[in-house]
Ligand binder design. Structure first.
Ligand code: HEC
Ligand code: HEC
Ligand code: HEC
Length: 436
């Protein structure tokens, strides 16, 4: 299931493929190498922390019982490709990659014997990592349980299966290079920039891509990831997260919930679950310091996503909603559907249940998924639900894809945005059908 989610989600990152298929070349000759045997416990522990910060596990684990064994499908319009096994297994994993091979794979997208990797592997971001950090990650990975399992073969037809073609994609979309400290900024800012850009690779989802599917220049200005929208997280007060407090931003990254602003679902829930919730308070603070300073980009938005949502004013409105439930006509309208499916957790008035703290059933008022200018994320959440681990508990919202028709989901979405959020965000049964 996690697998299916990634399948759907990561598809958005894999659109560069057609561009890659425009050219030609060769593979190098085979050569032998062998794995080092790290013993330094501190180095390994540090490597584990960095591997979490870089979220290697998200893309390299299709079965939770076999961490890092790869096989996560990345669906592209031209076929499906699978992530590599990066356990220490010498035949199927990274056991036979020399340190130089490993560093080159992670930072240059060029693995053993010159094999070019597709940029579904975010070497485009990891290229900024220091030597020490890549070495520590390798030291850690060499200690995880080796799994003798080959990921399924890529099902990419010619010419998309030609790895050398990535050379040309790289020419236009990839510049190799370590992170350069900005000496005009504080050490904390630089640590934050390194974490966000080199390790966490936030831009791989949040930065809009150019026609060749390379990262564009409007850093973190928001992008489409398959059916999900990774919102603008620049410092813009209206379109971005400039209106959030430092504490809210920290809480979102540490817990996946910033009451009154947003909750993390879909791909962002995975980022928080696998990665950001494990960061130290100092590293989280550094990221927040940096994010605060990312140049503002406004995509024409006029009101913050989190600013939508009027509290229900009159008791009559609430009574009406309650009456609707009892009335229960033959074709339920949005309100009836809301009362029947959502109100038990989010309240008759949409204000949530249990109070404002993270971990309670969230309010749908002042919630970015309901106040956004498109209904994408709201629709995805209704269809697929939420299931994520936090440092305190398991957050769970059921999926409704199996219980509600496309038409019912559309009515529900349109009622929810009109009543509790941004009325301009509407959908149709046909759009819902595409998102299942
Ligand atoms: C966004 C998804 C994603 C993330 C995050 C990611 N990888 Fe990958 N990685 C892939 C995919 C997909 C491939 C296979 C690419 C190919 O076949 O061209 C891959 C391939 C590799 C390879 C090449 C293995 C070989 O066959 O030579 C190595 C090594 C690797 N990843 C290590 C890492 C490490 C270490 C991290 C964390 C620092 C990481 N990956 C994070 C998607 C990801
Ligand atoms: C795998 C893709 C992906 C990555 C990587 C990613 N995000 Fe996100 N992010 C999303 C999506 C999708 C959403 C919308 C989630 C929702 O609506 O529940 C989101 C939402 C957010 C939000 C909430 C914005 C709002 O107004 O609701 C913040 C803040 C955020 N991300 C910050 C980050 C930071 C910082 C990083 C790097 C540590 C990061 N994201 C990495 C996909 C991603
Ligand atoms: C069993 C309780 C339950 C039910 C029923 C339920 N939800 Fe949720 N909902 C949750 C929980 C828990 C979360 C996640 C909070 C978190 O992750 O911090 C959530 C999150 C959300 C979010 C925020 C998603 C985001 O990306 O920010 C929206 C919007 C939402 N629900 C709408 C709905 C709608 C509409 C319905 C009815 C179809 C519904 N919920 C039914 C419990 C529920």
């Amino acid at each position: 299931m996690q697998n299916t989610l990634q399948h759907r989600v990561r598809a958005g990152i894999a659109k560069w493929l057609p561009v890659a298929a425009l050219a030609i070349s060769t593979f190098g000759a085979a050569s032998a190498a062998h794995a080092a045997n790290p013993t330094d416990a501190d180095l390994i522990k540090h490597g584990e922390y960095l591997a979490r910060a870089a979220d290697c596990i998200a893309c390299h684990t299709s079965n939770k019982a076999q961490p890092y064994a790869g096989g996560v499908p990345f669906k592209t319009p031209f076929g499906t490709m699978y992530s590599s096994n990066i356990t220490p297994d010498p035949v199927n994993g990274i056991g036979s990659l020399s340190e130089a091979d490993f560093i080159s794979a992670v930072r240059e997208g060029k693995s053993k014997d010159g094999k070019r990797l597709y940029p579904a592997m975010p070497y485009t971001s990891y290229t900024q990592m220091t030597d020490d950090d890549v070495r520590a990650i390798r030291a850690y990975l060499l200690t995880v349980k080796p799994i003798a399992q080959q990921p399924p073969a890529n099902a990419l037809p010619f010419p998309f299966n030609q790895r050398w073609a990535m050379m040309f994609w790289n020419l236009f979309n990839f510049s190799s290079g370590r992170y350069h400290a900005d000496t005009t900024k504080s050490a904390e800012w630089n640590r934050g920039a390194y974490l966000v850009g080199a390790l966490e690779h936030c831009q791989e989802c949040h930065t809009p891509r150019n026609v060749m599917q390379g990262l564009g220049s409007k850093s973190l200005a928001g992008a489409q990831l398959g059916n999900w929208t990774a919102y603008n997280i620049t410092s813009d007060k209206i379109a971005g997260i400039g209106g959030w407090s430092d504490d809210e931003l920290t809480a979102y990254l540490a817990d996946g919930a910033a009451p009154g602003k947003a909750n993390a679902a879909g791909p962002m829930a995975e980022v928080v679950e696998n990665s950001t919730r494990f960061l130290t308070p100092a590293d989280l603070k550094a990221m927040v310091v940096y994010l605060r300073d990312v140049p503002a980009q406004n995509n024409g938005e006029t009101k913050p996503r989190f600013a939508y949502g009027e509290p229900i004013q009159s008791v009559a409105q609430i009574r009406n909603q309650a009456l609707d439930v009892m009335g229960g006509g033959a074709t339920p309208n949005g309100r009836t559907l809301f009362n029947g499916n959502c109100a038990s957790c989010h309240g008759w008035n949409g204000a949530g249940i249990g109070g404002k703290e993270a971990g309670n059933y969230p309010s749908l008022l002042n919630n970015s998924a309901v106040g956004a200018s498109t209904a994408n994320n709201l629709t995805m959440v209704i269809l697929h639900g939420v299931s994520r681990e936090t440092n305190h508990q398991h957050m769970m919202m059921p999926q409704f894809a199996d219980q509600l028709t496309d038409d019912e989901v559309a009515k529900l979405v349109n009622f929810t945005t009109t009543q509790f959020g941004n009325p301009a965000a509407t959908t149709t049964a046909a759009d819902v059908a595409k998102m299942r």
